[in-house]
Design a protein around this ligand. Sequence first.
Ligand SMILES: Cc1cc2nc3c(=O)[nH]c(=O)nc-3n(C[C@H](O)[C@H](O)[C@H](O)COP(=O)(O)OP(=O)(O)OC[C@H]3O[C@@H](n4cnc5c(N)ncnc54)[C@H](O)[C@@H]3O)c2cc1C
Length: 367
Amino acid sequence: MIGAACAYYAARSGLSVTVIDRGPVAGGTTGAGEGNLLVSDKEPGPELDLALLSTRLWRELSERLPAGIEFEAKGGLVVASGDPGMNALRDFAAAQTKAGVQADEVPAPLLRDLEPHLSPALTGGFHYPQDAQVQPALAAAHLLRASGARIRTGEEVTAVLTGAGGEVRGVRTPAGDLHAPYVVNAAGTWGGELARLAGAFLPVMPRRGFVLVTEPLPRVVRHKVYAADYVADVASGSAALQTSAVVEGTPAGPVLIGASRERVGFDRTLSVEVLRRLADGATALFPMLAKVRAIRTYTGFRPYLPDHLPAIGADPGVPGLLHACGHEGAGIGLAPATGLLVARLLTGDEPPLDVRPFLPGRFAPAA
Ligand SMILES: Cc1cc2nc3c(=O)[nH]c(=O)nc-3n(C[C@H](O)[C@H](O)[C@H](O)COP(=O)(O)OP(=O)(O)OC[C@H]3O[C@@H](n4cnc5c(N)ncnc54)[C@H](O)[C@@H]3O)c2cc1C
């Protein structure tokens, strides 16, 4: 997704772009997650600024790209199941509102106007009309096609070529050398490995997540609905398993149930404990789901950086190398703003927002 967005905005800026992926389009984390475009889960700060810009850009893209990306400006609904949780949501929303987020309190009696199947036991919630959704693999594929960039799938980058001064000269793949004055590292969870090929350092780590998928249903879940504790889980740096209830319908019918987070390397072993917790959380929010069958589950590895911010911008030690990776659980949402930022950095034009908090140099060994 991030590579597609970088290619799209760079090519539109007049640059000649080749996208190289060792797998197929969306064969990485992009094809193994969900496609929520959220501002609701972000506290004021650089990531929210990136998300707000992306929200606007996704709306523009939804008008330019085919309907197949399944863009839905459906809105998010965050719910609390007690007064302390509701008070925490109020404080969070008040701070977000000052930063440009639209957040509307929904008292308990009105929750079921928005989501008729929600549990009556909930205390209240907040509606975030700016939250939206895409089908991530299709969005990446359409964005890539619309970019007009040359696409070379099934080719692994095995070396980053550098000149006498250490500057980037291109990349090597089994198909040969490709010369270019700039290389953008959009290798997601494998961004640290790609950086290493260039002699650079980025501590990207996998943060595993499972998604539980139900049988197709009529539209019983209208918004992205999640429990208030999801925000704390997203912000946590713990390696231990965390689960919080996140439920959303899809145009195709299946309901997607998340969200789990744990740092267990690239272990793909199915965890029944995680699935049980996901199902429990979802049925607590939507009791009717208890009677619905789960038909499959899948897992993906979020590209995690220790401060939860992506690395976007020039590598401090390798001229010509730019990084655009480490977006953790928000890479679909943050893709367009990342792509635009990278394109502006490549052309030397004014970036659309302050790039400093994202600069990869914050992880340089000396820093
Ligand atoms: C369960 C789960 C749920 C999620 N839900 C959401 C959500 O609702 N909203 C959201 O915004 N985000 C979500 N995410 C996060 C999101 O999926 C990621 O942030 C995003 O997909 C990262 O995109 P990317 O392009 O950086 O990485 P990827 O999609 O992994 O792409 C990196 C690409 O680099 C390629 N590559 C790596 N090394 C090389 C090499 N040496 N040579 C050539 N190619 C190479 C890989 O093949 C891969 O295709 C979720 C993630 C998970 C796991």
